[in-house]
Write a protein that binds this ligand. Structure first.
Ligand code: PLP
Length: 433
C-alpha cells in the first residue's frame, strides 16, 4: 500500500512536502489530503475486482470537498449522494449524472425533482411513501425514475452502534420481507422503473461474513423478483469497508471481491458499490498546533487548536485517531503519557486519554491520522473558532482547496433584525461608548 505520510529527516511529510511547511503557509488546524493515497485506494479496489470491476460510486458524505470528488471523478468514479447539496457538489466536481445514485431517508420533493432533471442513474428508495412521492413527481415531469429499494436485511454489523444501519429498528430502508410487494407496486406505478436492489448495512466493517449475509439476502431477493417478472438488472451493495485507525489490520479487499464473485456467479447483473471511508480516510491527516500544556495533580493535558469543532469523531463515536508529532522524537527520547484535548468548552472535547507523545511545547505541531473521511464534513462553528482549512497535495504540488472560515465570515451570514437596531439606538448599547 502506498504510504503518503512518512518521516524524512525527522519531519513528517505528506508526499513531497513537509507538514510543518504547510502549517506555516496555511495555518492550523489544517486538513491535508494526499491525492496519490486516494488514487492508490481506488486502484486497490478496482484491481481486486479485475478484470470486470463494478461501478464504484464514491460516498460523497465521507469528504465532500470538490477537489477530492474531482480526483476520484477523473479516475472514473461515480457518486453516492444523500442530498441535493451533495448532488450539486458531485455534478460541479465533474461526476456524470448517469454515475450518480441517490439515497437518504429524507429526500425532499425539490431534491427529487432536481435529480430527475439531472437524469441520475438510480434513486435508492427508503420507504413506501417516498416511492409514491418519486412516482408522482416523475409522472408530473413526464419521466420514469429508475429505482432500487434500499432493503434492510436485518444484519447486525460488528461496528459502532451509531454507524450500523442494517438492523431491524434502524431508520434506513424497508424490511426485506416487505420488499416483493413494494416492487410489485413500483412496477405498476407509471412514474417508476424498478431496476435494482440496494443495501448498505453500516460503516467501518471488517468482518466479511457481515457483508456475505447481507449480500446473500439481496441476491436472493433479486432472483425472486426476476421470478415474478420484475427485471432487476443492478445490485447496489453499498459501502462500509473498514479502515485501520489505530493499528488494526487492513480490510481484506481481495476477500471481499472473491466472495462477491462467488455470490453473483451466473446472475448476470451490474454491480455498484458505494465506498466512502475506504477511499479517503487514510489519505488525510488533521494538523494541529499545541496551544497549552496543562498539568493537574491527576492528569496531564495537551490542549490543541483543533477540537471537536474540527474533528468530531472522537466526541461523537468515541473514535480514536492515532496521533503523530510532526517533528519525530529522537531515538531515545522519553515519551509522556498525555490526554489530548481541544479548546472547546465541553468535556467531550477530548481526542483520547493516554497518548504517548514526546514533550511538546506551545506552537509544536501534531497530526491526527486517518482523518480524510468524516472529518471536515462534520466541522462546525461551535465556540466561534476559525474552521480548519483544507489542502490537497499531489507530489510536490500543494493547493488550498478550502479556505479557513474566520469568525468574521461566519458573522457575515448573520443579520441583526431592524427592531433590535432601533433598541441599540435608544439605549446606546453596542455603540462602543
Ligand atoms: C447509503 C450509504 N452508502 C455508502 C456509505 C459509505 O459508507 P463508508 O464510508 O463506510 O464506505 C454510507 C455511509 O453512511 C451510506 O449511508
Amino acid at each position: 500500500m502506498y504510504e503518503a505520510f512518512f518521516y524524512r529527516e525527522g519531519e513528517l511529510f505528506c508526499e513531497e512536502i513537509a507538514l510543518s511547511e504547510l502549517a506555516r503557509r496555511f495555518g492550523t488546524p489544517l486538513y491535508v489530503y494526499s491525492a496519490n493515497a486516494i488514487r492508490d485506494r481506488w486502484h486497490a479496489l478496482r484491481a481486486a475486482f479485475a478484470p470486470d470491476p463494478p461501478l464504484f460510486c464514491y460516498a460523497v458524505k465521507a469528504n465532500h470537498n470538490l477537489a477530492v470528488i474531482r480526483t476520484l471523478a477523473l479516475l472514473g468514479a461515480g457518486a453516492d449522494v444523500v442530498s441535493g447539496g451533495e448532488l450539486a457538489r458531485a455534478r460541479a466536481a465533474g461526476v456524470p449524472a448517469r454515475k450518480i445514485v441517490f439515497a437518504g431517508v429524507g429526500k425532499t420533493d425539490a431534491e427529487i425533482r432536481r435529480a430527475l432533471e439531472e437524469d441520475i442513474l438510480q434513486f435508492n428508495v427508503e420507504s413506501e411513501s417516498e416511492l409514491e412521492r418519486i412516482a408522482a413527481i416523475a409522472r408530473a415531469l413526464g419521466r420514469r425514475a429508475p429505482i432500487a429499494l434500499r432493503v434492510n436485511p436485518d444484519v447486525a454489523a460488528a461496528t459502532h452502534d451509531k454507524i450500523a444501519t442494517g438492523r431491524r429498528g434502524d431508520k434506513f430502508g424497508v424490511p426485506i420481507e416487505d420488499a416483493p410487494a413494494l416492487y410489485e407496486k413500483a412496477a405498476r406505478l407509471p412514474g417508476l422503473e424498478p431496476v435494482g436492489v440496494h443495501l448498505h448495512v453500516g460503516s467501518q466493517i471488517f468482518e466479511l461474513s457481515t457483508f456475505e449475509r447481507a449480500y446473500a439476502r439481496a441476491i436472493a431477493l433479486a432472483r425472486a423478483l426476476r421470478g415474478r417478472g420484475i427485471a432487476i438488472r443492478r445490485l447496489d451493495l453499498g459501502g462500509g469497508f473498514g479502515v485501520p485507525y489505530d493499528g488494526e489490520p487492513p480490510f481484506d479487499v481481495a476477500g471481499l471481491a472473491a466472495l462477491v464473485r462467488r455470490l453473483v456467479a451466473g446472475l448476470d447483473v451490474e454491480l455498484v458499490f458505494e465506498p466512502g471511508r475506504f477511499l479517503v480516510a487514510e489519505a488525510g491527516v488533521l494538523v494541529s498546533a499545541v496551544v497549552e500544556l496543562k498539568e493537574t495533580r491527576e492528569r496531564r493535558f495537551l490542549v490543541l487548536d483543533a477540537g471537536m469543532n474540527a474533528l468530531l469523531r472522537p466526541a461523537l463515536y468515541g473514535a480514536r485517531h492515532a496521533l503523530l508529532p510532526v517533528r519525530a522524537p529522537a531515538p531515545h527520547e522519553t515519551l509522556l503519557v498525555t490526554d489530548v484535548v481541544g479548546p472547546i468548552c465541553e468535556s467531550s472535547d477530548r481526542f483520547g486519554r493516554d497518548y504517548a507523545l514526546p514533550r511538546l511545547r506551545p506552537g509544536d505541531l501534531v497530526a491526527f491520522r486517518t482523518a480524510g473521511a468524516y472529518g471536515m464534513v462534520m466541522a462546525s462553528d461551535y465556540n466561534s473558532r476559525p474552521s480548519p482549512a483544507e489542502v490537497l497535495i499531489d507530489g510536490r504540488k500543494a493547493a488550498l482547496v478550502r479556505a479557513r472560515r474566520e469568525p468574521e465570515e461566519q458573522m457575515a451570514q448573520e443579520r441583526i433584525p431592524e427592531w433590535l437596531e432601533r433598541s441599540v439606538r435608544a439605549t446606546g448599547c453596542g455603540s462602543g461608548a
